[in-house]
Every structure is written in structure tokens, then in C-alpha cells.
Design a binder for this molecule. Structure first.
Ligand SMILES: [Zn+2]
Ligand SMILES: [Zn+2]
Length: 464
């Protein structure tokens, strides 16, 4: 069998791995590259394989860095099955339509600029129509249900505890009378994440591809982070500004609603603070969350069983239309505005930053990962001035970063997930991390006497 790393190696985004065995070809994830323009340009490159010869795509979860190029794959001839867990299949629909919309809008803006310079129009990477077409190939299947792909492959999804519907994938490859087991971690979550279950344990495996987003870091524990969050909210409220929370529409936003709703459930001084979820995608994703209780942990199930309102609280407004969104811009103080995209490179959050970043009474709370090259990362890194929609905006608002909400396991959590395998994988490939972090995680594992560790490069292939 041959495995080729197509993306998500020595970088966080663009996850994609091609496995070829006998006459079958399977792709694990088909992620988009995001962040710096020299990274994003890779999305335009032709696939390094013939999409028509792929039998299936296995999706670990519905984040764009794992599924974002599916419409392009179908556009270029893929006709197999795209397998995902049931919840991930639904979220994939929401994510890809949003992504197509971003592609179309970016191409339109770029075209206007080009035409003014006397240059040619640009076409989007894919359109809404392409995204809809690709969704026709997606098949949601339950966790832990074994499926065959052709003669050579079988696989099952196990809960990765990263976002709703996230999975790690155990693949069995049969070739020349031999059976090999490969595990792809996808993105590994943390124990005790709100709403969703903890990551399951891995089974015996010959080869493991493991993420390393936080391969050299240790997160604060979640309860401390929630206490810190509450503290910031109380302080912000005294300063009379707005509180802006850039948040991924899928996952983090629902966690924040869940946390605020438990915070407010006691007689809390901020209980009546107006809170807006200003992201049509987050609103849709919240509905998907409510439907998939098979992914919920015990605490979330208890709330449901007690008949309490789930993912909702008094004072919460779900904003959908652009007009409602613009109304929020008029609010100068006392509101919590949660909006997407989480890294601030697209979406309505940019309007809210434009209206609040310059105001020293406002607070921006980052609750998610910020990739290099994004607007969010620039603000976190302390930029004094940023450009938003062509306008220079001075950064006077107070900026907070709450790393403890991460949906990714930290170094020690990754290590303990790895130690939980029924048999330690014989060979470990470290992927899905900025280069230095993947290398540091490799060095850390070697210190722990796990020596068969390798950090692959993009387009590197391995015979296994
Ligand atoms: Zn993810
Ligand atoms: Zn990822």
C-alpha cells in the first residue's frame, strides 16, 4: 500500500491523504488550505491524482480544512462515495455551502479589481452549484459501523471528541494476503469538552497519522478557563463597552452558548446581558446540534432529560438577516456579540470588529485557534492597526485570548490518547500542525521512548 501526504503536513490546513492498495484508492479528508496567500494558492493547483479513479473519501469531520475541496473534487470527476458520520454529513452541507458563498464573493471582489486594471475576470474555486452537487455524494453512517470499500479496504469511525460528529478513522487494508491497520486521528478533542463526548480509545494499529496542532503546548483546564471568561465578562461590563467574540460557527459557538447558559442559570449579575449570535451558519449548526444527541455527553443528556431548554437562554438573540445584523452595529455598549468566522478572515465578524476594535472600552475575546496569516492572528499578535474591508482600523479595544477552550488536545492529552491505544502503533506520522510544533511533538515522543516517529512533507509518499 502507498500513502501520499497531499496536505495538512508541516502546516495545519489542507488535510488530505491518499491511500492506494491494489485497485482501490481512498482519500482521507479533502481539506482546503487556509491562511497565508502562498498557502491558499495550493487550492488552485490540480489534484495530484485522478479524482475519477478514487473509490471513496473518508471525512474525519466537517471543518473546512478537512472537507473544503470536496466540491472541487466532484467538479473534477470524482463519482465515488464520501463517507462521514451522520452528524458530520449534515454539518458538511452547512459548511460547504458557506464556503462556496465565500469563494463566489471573493472571486467577485477580485474580478472587480482586475477589470478596473484592464485584466481578466477570475472565476471562483467552486460555486454554490458545485457544492450542492458534491453533497449528493455524501453518505452519513453511524459510529463504529464497519464498511467495505472495494476488495482492499474496510473502515470504521470512532468518536474523536473534537466537534459534533468528529471521528478518527480505523482503516484495514488487505493486500497480497496481508492485513494492515492504519489510523487517522483527524483532529483529537479534549476530555470534558462541553456538550460532546470524550475521545474514544484507539484499537491496535500498525500506522498512525496523528495531529499536532498543539504539539508543544499545554492548555489551561476548562474550569479555570470558564472562570477567566466570567471574570473578563464582569470587567468588560463595568467598562461599558461591547464584548466581541469571534467564534467558529460550528462547535465553539454552541459551546459558548452552553457555557453562558450554565453561568446564567444561577442568579448571575450579568444574567440580563443581551447576547447575539450573529451568524446564519451558527444558527443552522445549532439546529443540527440539537438533533444529534448520539454525540452528547452525560451532562448534556441530563439537561435534555430534565426538559430544560438546550442551547438557549433568556436574552439570547439569534440573528439571521443582514438588516438585523446591521442593527447590532448601532449598539455601543453592554452587548455580547458572537460572530463568525472564528479567525476573522470572512463573515459578519469583520463588521463587528470594524465597529468596535477602535473603541478602548470594548473587549475582543478570542476563544479559538488563529492560523498564521489571518486577521484574527494579527490582532492576537498585537497589531496596532489592521485593514478590514479596505479600511485601516486602529486597535484600541482590549484583546483577550482564552486558549483553554481549544477543541484540540494539547501535548499531554495527545500523548495520553496515544497511550490509550490497545497496542501502540508501530509507526507514527505527525501531521496537522505548524512545522515547528509537529517537530517538537516528534521530539517529545522520542523523549518518551516512542522512536518510530516521522514528520512527513507535502507530496511525500510511503510504502507500507
Ligand atoms: Zn477540526
Ligand atoms: Zn483540522
Amino acid at each position: 500500500m502507498k500513502i501520499t501526504c497531499l496536505g495538512g503536513v508541516r502546516t495545519v490546513t489542507g488535510s488530505s491523504y491518499l491511500i492506494s492498495a491494489g485497485e482501490n484508492n481512498v482519500l482521507v479528508d479533502c481539506g482546503m488550505f487556509q491562511g497565508r496567500s502562498e498557502t491558499e494558492v495550493l487550492n488552485e493547483e490540480p489534484f495530484q491524482f485522478d479524482p475519477r479513479k478514487l473509490d471513496a473519501v473518508l471525512i474525519t469531520h466537517s471543518h473546512i480544512d478537512h472537507i473544503g475541496l470536496l466540491p472541487k473534487l466532484v467538479k473534477e470527476g470524482f463519482r465515488g462515495t464520501i463517507f462521514a458520520t451522520e452528524a458530520a454529513a449534515e454539518l458538511t452541507g452547512i459548511m460547504l455551502l458557506d464556503s462556496a458563498h465565500i469563494q463566489e464573493r471573493d472571486a467577485e471582489l477580485e474580478t472587480r479589481k482586475k477589470l478596473r486594471k484592464g485584466k481578466k475576470a477570475v472565476s471562483p474555486l467552486y460555486t454554490t452549484e458545485d457544492a450542492l452537487k458534491s453533497l449528493g455524494f455524501v453518505r452519513g453512517i453511524p459510529y463504529r459501523q464497519q464498511h467495505n470499500i472495494g476488495k482492499n479496504f474496510s473502515f470504521l469511525f470512532k468518536d474523536a471528541g473534537h466537534i459534533l460528529g468528529s471521528a478518527f478513522i480505523e482503516i484495514e487494508v488487505r493486500e497480497k494476503g496481508e492485513i494492515k491497520r492504519i489510523t487517522f486521528s483527524g483532529d483529537v478533542g479534549r476530555r470534558n469538552t462541553p456538550i460532546i463526548k470524550d475521545p474514544e480509545q484507539g484499537d491496535s494499529s500498525d500506522v498512525l497519522f496523528i495531529e499536532s496542532t498543539y504539539g508543544n503546548r499545554l492548555h489551561k483546564n476548562l474550569n479555570e478557563t470558564i472562570a477567566e471568561f466570567e471574570d473578563i465578562l464582569l470587567r468588560c461590563n463595568q467598562e461599558c463597552g461591547n464584548i466581541i467574540i469571534p467564534s467558529f460557527a460550528v462547535g465553539r459557538t454552541q459551546e459558548i452558548i452552553y457555557i453562558l447558559s450554565s453561568m446564567w442559570s444561577n442568579d448571575h449579575p450579568l444574567k440580563n446581558m443581551r447576547t447575539f449570535i450573529d451568524s446564519p451558519m451558527a444558527v443552522k449548526a445549532t439546529d443540527v446540534f440539537k438533533k444529534h444527541s448520539e454525540c452528547f455527553d452525560k451532562e448534556a443528556m441530563d439537561i435534555l432529560r430534565n426538559g430544560n431548554s438546550f442551547l438557549n437562554f433568556q436574552g439570547l438573540t439569534l440573528v439571521e438577516t443582514p438588516e438585523e445584523s446591521m442593527e447590532i452595529n448601532k449598539i455601543k455598549s453592554g452587548a455580547i456579540i458572537i460572530s463568525a468566522s472564528g479567525m476573522c478572515n470572512a463573515g459578519r465578524i469583520r463588521h463587528h470588529l470594524k465597529h468596535n476594535l477602535w473603541n478602548k472600552k470594548c473587549h475582543i475575546i478570542f476563544v479559538g485557534f488563529q492560523a498564521a496569516g489571518t486577521l484574527g492572528r494579527a490582532i492576537v499578535d498585537g497589531a496596532k492597526k489592521v485593514k478590514i474591508m479596505g479600511e485601516d482600523i486602529v486597535v484600541k479595544a482590549k484583546v483577550h485570548t482564552l486558549g483553554g477552550f481549544s477543541a484540540h488536545a494539547d501535548r499531554d492529552e495527545l500523548y495520553s490518547w496515544l497511550k490509550g491505544f490497545s497496542r501502540l502503533p508501530g509507526k507514527i506520522f505527525i501531521v496537522h500542525g505548524e512545522e515547528s510544533l509537529s517537530l517538537e511533538f516528534a521530539a517529545f515522543l522520542k523523549e518518551k521512548s516512542i522512536t518510530e516517529v516521522y514528520v512527513p512533507r507535502r507530496l511525500e509518499s510511503f510504502e507500507i
